[in-house]
Design a protein around this ligand. Sequence first.
Ligand code: IPE
Ligand code: MG
Length: 238
Amino acid sequence: MTNTSPTPKFSRLPDHLAIVPDGNGRWAEQRGLSRLDGHQAGAENMYRMINYLNEYPIKYVTLYGFSTENWTRPKEEVSGLFQLLENFINKCISEFCEKSIRLRHLGRLNDLPSSLQLAINSSVELTRNNTRMTLNLAFNYGGRAEIIDAVRRLVAKDIKPQNIDEELFNSYLYTAGLPDVDLLIRTGDELRLSNFLIWQTAYSEYHFTKVLWPDFSKKDIDKALLSYSRRKRRFGGL
Ligand code: IPE
Ligand code: MG
């Protein structure tokens, strides 16, 4: 795959871009549609956005699809979201291979329906040698759950307290091997992190927009990337 358009307008792009795609329900409500119709439109936009981002030299993209807290939503919405992800994976997998997109899953896989687990596992396996862009799907993901899972694994391995440092801890997270998040975008007019990548966003830049996720376009992502490219990152220094 040739690198078609790393447009020169951005002096700097994030290595790791994370997105909280919020606002599907409100988008649907505004149109007199069901919440699931909103999620369907959200999934279609996910597809458009991934293809668009793949044109940029952005190495890692992480999308928040379903949080450990989303289980409290009505049963039909939860199962609808599971079905949507399964369809999404089945629809996209060959294209991900063509475009050299590697898929990873972040979260607790075991609590998900077995057909979805299978779809996730096989797509992760099928794309493992792809190198152009890594797409992390945070699905049944919680930042606190991730930290708890890391601590459990550390303790199970009998790691000595004095051997625990940030680098080691990082390697026990779902995101092992990934760089910290450089830019986090949240759509849908909410100004919060909602338990997303709480360890990995310690020094991230944030971009919040009122645009509802199904409407979030090329133009909107470029606006966020441009804003990021103009920021001075200090990481606690001067
Ligand atoms: C985001 O849209 C998608 C998921 C959380 C799965 P919402 O469903 O939160 O949409 P709003 O916030 O109700 O508009
Ligand atoms: Mg919401």
